[in-house]
Write a protein of this length. Structure first.
Length: 281
């Protein structure tokens, strides 16, 4: 049975799935000033950084997304102390903080749609203002029980997951979102669903730059009950809007749009659980 606790604007929902505990944490948008009300913010190495200062001082981004949910995260923890999390700070660490990749790759299209907006976000330092990330989650462990990651040709059985099955737990968590100075949208969210047969996580980064391109970076994580591993699939899809010939409404729906985008990169890994791990029940 799922359990939910709400405290100080933070909602924590958890569910026990065999030896796994799935926890979703949702809180408020990141505040603009130091939570400790220090004039210059928390000092790294001296003070314990509040969540606001963590994002400002640990990320070298000239500007953060408009809506950052700094405390939001999904955690999947095994009773042996290891697991994987999907969290905002780690995702933003993979955003390019020194080069405007979109302008480089789509210079002509970019220029046509951004007349008068050369200083995106009001900053001069170039960076990836689309906040594109190829984050695939963060592995963690306690003690000697560590997860082993290897490349594999085994993929998630999508057809099996399409079969009707009761969902015992479901949640969706937004990590960050930005409207790209009214030129589209960039959003990173993560969903989880738990069935008797196992659990599935989908983390999706969706980008739409109006008149230029759309991009979808998906990370799927699946664990089948009674097995000693997880499968993690990452795919990146992208296309110029002018090449898609799709109605405008479809460009705002990543679920419908995904099947129309060409695959640009993919990787599949098997995450092997320690041999000392308890088996699923």
């Amino acid at each position: 049975m799922a359990q939910t606790q709400t405290r100080a604007q933070t909602k924590v929902s958890s569910f026990e799935a065999g030896p796994w505990t799935i926890v979703s944490t949702k809180s408020h948008i990141l505040r603009s000033k130091c939570e400790k009300k220090l004039e210059n913010g928390c000092a790294p190495g001296k003070d314990e950084l509040c969540v606001v200062c963590k994002f400002e001082k640990l990320l070298e981004l000239p500007a953060l997304p408009e809506m950052v949910f700094g405390d939001n995260k999904l955690t999947l923890k095994h009773c042996d102390g290891y697991g994987i999390t999907f969290e905002t700070l780690e995702a933003l660490k993979l955003v390019n903080n020194h080069c405007d990749l979109l302008k480089v790759a789509y210079a002509d299209d970019w220029a046509k749609t951004r007349t008068g907006l050369t200083e995106v976000k009001g900053v001069l330092k170039p960076f990836d203002w689309t906040y594109t990330t190829d984050y695939k989650g963060s592995l963690f462990s306690e003690g000697l029980n560590k997860l082993e990651v290897t490349q594999t040709t085994e993929k998630i059985d999508v057809e099996k997951l399409k079969a009707p099955e009761k969902i015992h737990f479901f949640d969706e968590i937004i990590l960050y979102e930005d409207e790209l100075h009214d030129n589209g949208c960039a959003v990173l969210n993560v969903k989880v669903r738990v069935m008797a047969s196992g659990f599935l996580v989908l983390q999706r980064f969706f980008l739409r730059v109006d008149g230029v391109l759309v991009r979808i970076n998906d990370t799927r994580l699946y664990h089948a009950a009674q097995t000693d591993y997880l499968i993690r699939e990452y795919t990146s899809k992208e296309a110029k809007i002018k090449d898609l010939m799709l109605p405008p409404g479809m460009l705002t729906d990543p679920n419908k749009l995904s099947t129309h985008l060409p695959l640009t990169s993919t990787s599949v890994h098997k995450i092997i659980m320690p041999k000392t791990a308890q088996s699923d029940t």
